[in-house]
Design a protein around this ligand. Structure first.
Ligand SMILES: NC(=O)c1ccc[n+]([C@@H]2O[C@H](COP(=O)([O-])OP(=O)(O)OC[C@H]3O[C@@H](n4cnc5c(N)ncnc54)[C@H](O)[C@@H]3O)[C@@H](O)[C@H]2O)c1
Length: 263
């Protein structure tokens, strides 16, 4: 049974004291912001990223902010390494309550010229990698009878747009994987939700904007708020879904897109 939140708990509903979390892709822009948000709410945080230097840099920020954190070099497509990372977190913090799957890559390209190898790589990291991390963390959480998983999907998993077939397919898969696991694990108190961000201003997006300025100008205009989001704007949705504030929420896709999919 989930902890029943009290109506007078106020902001305590969002606290994560004594919880421990694994954030994959935590060396990247969104993962880093969400990891800082979890730590500020009291959680110990492991950062798993295939870029160990980036993971260590996030950990340095977490520690500087007073948090308890550890960096793990992790390729989410390597099933054995993912299982090891789950065990590593349990050894280090004594538990694993929260998983945020933020590891992912984008790879724009016209469908008719899209290389099979590239397509499979995007699916392998964004979708299979998310599954492997959910499976590893899910086993720990199911055994403990408590867990919260947040998968980072995208508006690309909900609506179509041109020039990103593998990414859209992978994020659509993440949305359905989220629902599949939410339903399967609901009675065992492991909640599985997703966040679907609109375009977020990150170094990766900035590089794309340089390559395709007109596409991204139009894309920005299609966000009803008239701007892209920021990594920090993903913290609130993540805290909500990782905390007791969302104790009756599972299988949900929380769109944080400045109104993009409301049109
Ligand atoms: N930035 C956006 O506009 C946006 C919008 C919607 C969704 N998203 C999603 O949010 C997530 C984070 O994106 P971001 O903008 O922070 O990108 P980012 O490139 O800054 O971060 C992604 C991180 O994932 C890591 N990574 C990549 N492949 C990996 C692998 N195989 N194993 C482990 N780590 C791996 C990278 O090293 C990087 O640190 C991604 O899933 C992305 O698809 C981003």
């Amino acid at each position: 049974m989930a902890d029943r939140p009290s109506p007078t708990a106020g902001l305590k509903l969002f606290r994560l004291d004594e919880r421990s979390a694994l954030v994959t892709g935590g060396g990247g822009a969104l993962g880093r912001a969400m990891a800082l948000g979890l730590a500020a709410a009291g959680a110990s945080v492991a950062i798993g990223d295939r870029d160990l230097e980036a993971a260590e840099s996030t950990v340095a920020q977490l520690v500087a902010a007073g948090g308890d954190a550890v960096a793990i070099g992790l390729d989410v497509t390597d099933a054995a390494a993912v299982d090891d990372a789950g065990r590593h977190v349990v050894r280090r913090f004594g538990r694993l309550d929260i998983l945020i799957n933020s590891a992912g890559i984008g790879a724009r390209g016209a469908a008719e010229d899209y290389e099979l190898e590239r397509f499979e790589q995007v699916l392998s990291i964004n979708l299979t990698g998310t599954f492997l991390c959910c499976r590893a963390a899910g086993r720990v959480m199911l055994a403990a009878g408590d867990g919260r998983i947040v998968n980072i999907a995208s508006i690309a998993g909900l609506v179509g747009y041109q020039g990103n077939p593998a990414y859209l397919a992978s994020k659509g898969g993440v949305v359905q994987l989220t629902r599949a696991l939410a339903v399967e694990w609901a009675r065992r108190n492991v909640r599985v939700n997703a966040i679907a961000p609109g375009v977020i201003e990150t170094p990766m997006v900035a590089r794309q904007v340089e390559k395709e300025p007109q596409f991204y100008l139009d894309f920005r205009e299609k966000h009803p708020v008239g701007r892209f989001g920021t990594p920090e704007e993903m913290v609130g949705p993540a805290l909500f879904l990782c905390s007791n504030a969302s104790s009756f929420v599972t299988g949900h896709v929380l769109v944080a897109d400045g109104g993009y999919t409301a049109q």
